[in-house]
Design a binder for this molecule. Structure first.
Ligand SMILES: NC(=O)c1ccc[n+]([C@@H]2O[C@H](COP(=O)([O-])OP(=O)(O)OC[C@H]3O[C@@H](n4cnc5c(N)ncnc54)[C@H](OP(=O)(O)O)[C@@H]3O)[C@@H](O)[C@H]2O)c1
Length: 188
């Protein structure tokens, strides 16, 4: 496994796709900016569906905020049957068997609820939940994919409540479609 595990044996990876100007969603919530075809970056790599499936199979659990959950359901659930924990203070209906809901302290969620069951935990947004995880020091790795587009407006990836913290660059992958994936590990 390339991901770093901490002493508790779990690794929380924050994965987000951002525009060049730091937005993760447009105001109208449309996602066409994520897959509008652009020019091909010849030196980039592309991954086969098989490779992508093998990669995704290694993810033990997804964690997401309720707004991301609702949007993901609208778009067509991308997380398959992998367990997914949705954060909400509301009474939502689980749209799939693999979904469970959680409300409350996030450190307890990670250390008490998730770590004993899952090792490779992916936090997949949105902005609000990612911010809280970062503030609490619960993120071990950041995988940030930059899309080759300026949006001008929308939901900011990072708000201004974070404090200065050094992250270690671990990998860079440039894809043929112009997306670049940056992987960082926490220095804490
Ligand atoms: N580009 C990307 O990579 C990417 C990735 C993910 C999402 N997105 C986009 O980002 C947008 C959603 O992001 P967002 O920042 O608005 O919302 P979000 O982080 O997905 O969800 C926020 C909600 O999570 C719940 N929550 C957070 N902490 C909680 C806690 N400790 N206990 C209980 N509930 C808690 C609350 O739900 P309740 O209000 O239900 O109580 C809160 O309103 C969508 O447009 C989505 O498509 C983009």
């Amino acid at each position: 496994m390339s991901h770093k595990e901490n002493t508790k044996g779990r690794c929380v990876t924050l994965h987000m796709v951002s525009s060049l100007d730091g937005f993760i969603a447009k105001k109208d919530n449309t996602v066409s900016w994520l897959d509008t075809p652009g020019s091909v970056y010849e030196a980039g790599v592309s991954i086969s569906e098989e490779e992508a499936a093998t990669f995704v199979k290694a993810i033990d659990c997804y964690v997401l905020g309720s707004r991301t959950y609702e949007h993901a359901l609208e778009l067509g659930w991308p997380y398959g049957d992998t367990p997914a924990v949705v954060l909400t203070g509301r009474k939502l209906l689980p749209a799939r068997k693999s979904v469970e809901f959680y409300s409350g302290d996030l450190k307890t969620l990670v250390d008490v609820q998730l770590a004993p069951r899952y090792r490779n935990i992916w936090l997949v947004g949105g902005a609000m939940l990612s911010q809280r995880f970062l503030e609490l020091g619960l993120v071990d790795e950041i995988k940030l994919t930059i899309a080759p587009v300026l949006l001008g407006d929308g939901l900011r990836l990072f708000a201004d409540s974070l404090t200065e913290e050094r992250w270690n660059l671990k990998n860079v992958v440039a894809y043929k479609n112009g997306f670049v994936e940056l992987s960082y590990q926490s220095s804490m």
